[in-house]
Design a protein around this ligand. Structure first.
Ligand code: PBG
Length: 328
């Protein structure tokens, strides 16, 4: 046998060869674009900590959705930024509230050409910024919150959401929302469960994006970054409760979790490349410290490679455009 017997470099010698043997690809249909819609906005408001991302008006939201559909994205995930907030987040239930109105506008714009998804959580709507309602002692009240989540799911389905995304990490949220949807005749509204969602510093820029009123943290309901085994418990509970898809979030610091989940899940697995992941790459690139486009592609590829079938990323439309232009 002559040395060397294997020359792995053979398959790396040209772009064509590398493309042929690439194990994962990024396809527009695997990408989901998260968007923010702000009540009362008369023009799109740029977010300082997320350069390139805006809080949309209802009109600019429609255009973003139309563009996403045109680019062949898999879905669009809506977050609402209300003008007024209260202790129970009641604007989330108002059919004319900013999020429900946004869902209705987007659904009208894109019809069935794009999966319309909505964040199902109270933090954008409460004046204390927590994902649920509080007890008299100021503790997040799991079961009282579930009752509101159920009604919120129905309101979103009625507005036209194809899929709801419960992101509050309350115990039992998937089954309660499923039951509420079914009771209201929305058997076909799907649930994308934020199954393994960690309490993360990388949500920082999102808090600006939704004008979060939170002081303190979410450590009593979101997962501890130290835990891996617990993610499997969260995922199996959500699967038992009827989740149609499960998600891991954040993505890049949790690729091991994503791999674990992808190995056991019998439903599609999603991962959310969150605001802080976006901001870090944009900031480093703005300083000329990394190549922006290559870093974006590499980061999303790593998430796909770890096992995500679909990826929520603020670069979804831009990536799809690159793919269309044959740059990727
Ligand atoms: C909660 C929610 C959050 C994000 C999505 N849904 C914030 C949080 O849990 O504090 C974060 C998304 C991001 O950082 O991009 N409704």
């Amino acid at each position: 046998m002559s040395f060397p017997t294997h020359r792995p470099r053979r398959l790396r010698q040209s772009a064509a060869m590398r493309r042929l043997v690439a194990e994962v690809r990024i396809h527009p249909a695997d990408l989901i674009l998260p968007v923010f819609v702000r009540e009362g906005a008369t023009e799109p408001i740029p977010l300082q900590s997320m350069p390139g991302v805006v809080q949309h008006t209802q009109d600019s939201l429609r255009s973003a959705a139309a563009e996403a559909a045109e680019l062949g994205l898999g879905g669009i995930m809506l977050f609402g930024v209300p003008e007024t907030r209260d202790a129970t987040g009641s604007a989330s239930l108002d059919p004319a509230g900013v999020l429900n109105a946004g869902i209705r506008a987007v659904k009208q714009e894109v019809g069935d050409s794009l999966v319309v998804m909505s964040d199902l959580c109270l933090d954008e709507f409460t004046d204390h910024g927590h994902c649920g309602v509080l007890t008299a002692d100021g503790v997040v009240d799991n079961d009282a919150t579930l009752e509101i989540y159920g009604r919120m799911g129905v309101a979103q389905a009625e507005a036209g959401a194809d899929m709801v995304g419960p992101s509050g990490m309350m115990d039992g949220q998937v089954v309660v929302i499923r039951q509420a949807l079914d009771d209201a005749g929305h058997q076909d509204t799907a649930i994308l469960a934020y199954a393994a969602k960690y309490s993360s510093a990388f949500y920082g820029p999102f808090r600006e994006a939704v004008d979060s009123q939170l002081t303190g943290d979410r450590k009593t309901y979101q997962m501890d970054p130290a835990n891996r085994r617990e993610a499997m418990l969260e995922v199996s509970l959500d699967l038992d409760e009827g989740a149609d898809l499960v998600m891991v979030k954040p993505a890049m610091s949790y690729l091991d979790i994503l791999r674990d989940v992808a190995e056991v899940s019998d439903v599609p697995v999603s991962a959310y490349q969150i605001s802080g992941e976006y901001a870090m790459i944009e900031a480093a690139a703005a300083n000329g410290w990394i190549n922006r486009d290559q870093a974006i592609i590499e980061s999303v590829l790593s998430i796909r490679r770890a096992g995500a079938d679909s990826v929520l990323t603020y670069w979804a439309s831009e990536l799809a455009r690159w793919i269309k232009e044959g740059r990727l």
